[in-house]
Design a protein around this ligand. Structure first.
Ligand code: PLP
Length: 390
């Protein structure tokens, strides 16, 4: 019986322990015992599958991985302690000295640091390509290019990349296509359907959805994940059993939460569009979004994040943030609570001004992660803070 998304998110569970529990228990154990010396040998030599040590695997992380594999339509995965460990692992495990990454320019701040400050130390280079200039991408592929890395929608530019086109480009040049699917989650978009080989996540965001735990996921084919698992087993980024347990539970409500995030985000985007105090509003499912048709094609809904540019630039943004009464000023996203972030002075402050402008981060840009509060209360707080910041 092939199950629907919500059913898979709820019914993919670790096997019962023998206590006939309904909810999966938390396996707080660093290691697992061997029945005998022969089993120990078989487990260590990959002749038998099973848990050895929680740095390698644990029933809670395995359940999270199995569930995500169903939801992303991929075979296997590895769960990491943070999203950045997942971004790092999905690149470092599959690349070697001398390899080159073609990456979309609009990326999460720490991923940008990884490409520009950390990988060069080991001789792994990158070239940034602009989403608006897809005709140039093919010419940027070098003989040593091994991987394409993108976010769609991107953080915080909300740029949408044509995954079908990218899947074909990767295939034609025999490149590994990695998609950071953090903003969409598998509920809104399954990059593997379009040819992505690795789908990586910060599970800290919408997958937890309640601002409690950090986590990351690297999902892919059995073949690629074999290398990711080897790399991770010996470098140690494994998620804690507790965080994996929380995240697996969170996935049970992903669909209902995303439905509400998206419904409210669209309402707020429509309300704010044309507002006299704003220069512009961006949301993938607003017709005014430059890639609206593409967003409709590859995403079920528009997601929980929107951005707007406040008239008056960075100074006005500070006043706006300081005048909010309910919305949270914090750098996380994908929470039940609506979060307001000023990327130019926080998450993307390490980029040069020129780099920021190239990826569309104006000084007056505000990123709104729309929570699950009543949408009218969210709008009211934005409205009063805009007035008070004049
Ligand atoms: C937050 C985020 C990350 C990093 O995840 P952490 O869990 O904070 O390490 C990576 N990519 C995107 C798009 C993000 O929003």
């Amino acid at each position: 019986m092939s199950q629907h998304f919500e059913t898979q998110a709820i019914r993919t569970q670790a096997a019962q322990s023998g206590n006939r529990e309904h909810a999966v228990p938390l396996y707080l154990t660093s290691s697992f015992t061997f029945e005998n010396a022969e089993q120990a040998k078989a487990l260590f030599n990959d002749e038998e599958e099973g848990n050895i040590y929680s740095r390698f695997s644990n029933p809670n992380s395995s359940e999270l991985i199995d569930k995500m594999a169903c939801l992303e339509g991929l075979e296997d995965g590895f769960a990491t302690a943070t999203g950045m460990a997942a971004m790092f692992g999905s690149m470092a495990a599959l690349l070697q000295q001398g390899d080159h990454i073609l990456a979309a320019r609009s990326l999460f701040g720490s991923t940008h640091q990884l490409l520009t400050q950390i990988f060069p130390k080991w001789g792994i280079s990158h070239t940034y390509a602009d989403i608006s200039r897809t005709h140039e991408w093919e010419s940027l592929i070098k003989p040593e290019t091994k991987m394409i890395f993108v976010e769609t929608p991107s953080n915080p530019g909300l740029e949408i990349i044509d995954l079908e086109w990218l899947g074909k480009l990767a295939e034609a040049h025999n490149l590994i296509l990695v998609v950071d699917n953090c903003f969409a989650t598998p509920y809104l978009q399954q990059p593997a359907k379009w040819g992505a080989h690795i789908v990586s996540h910060s599970a800290t965001k919408f997958i937890d959805g309640q601002g409690r735990v950090l986590g990351g996921l690297i999902m892919g084919s059995k073949e690629l994940i074999k290398d990711v698992r080897f790399f991770s087993r010996h470098t140690g980024p494994a998620i804690s059993p507790f965080n994996a347990w929380v995240l697996s539970k969170s996935l049970e409500t992903l669909a209902v939460r995303m439905d509400r995030h998206c419904e409210s985000a669209l309402k707020i985007a429509e309300y704010l569009e044309g507002h006299t105090e704003l220069e512009s509003v961006k949301y993938p499912f607003l017709e005014s979004h430059p890639q609206f048709d593409l967003a409709k094609k590859q995403m079920l809904k528009g997601g929980g994040i929107l951005t707007f540019i406040v008239k008056g630039g960075g100074e006005r943004c500070s006043k706006f943030v300081n005048n909010l009464q309910m919305l949270s000023g914090t750098s996380n996203l994908g929470d039940t609570r609506t979060i307001v972030t000023h990327p130019a002075s926080t998450t993307h402050s390490k980029l040069s001004e020129e780099e920021r402008h190239r990826v569309g981060i104006a000084d007056g840009l505000i990123r709104l992660s729309v929570g699950l509060e009543n949408v009218n209360d969210i709008i009211e707080d934005i409205e009063q803070a805009l007035k008070a910041s004049k």
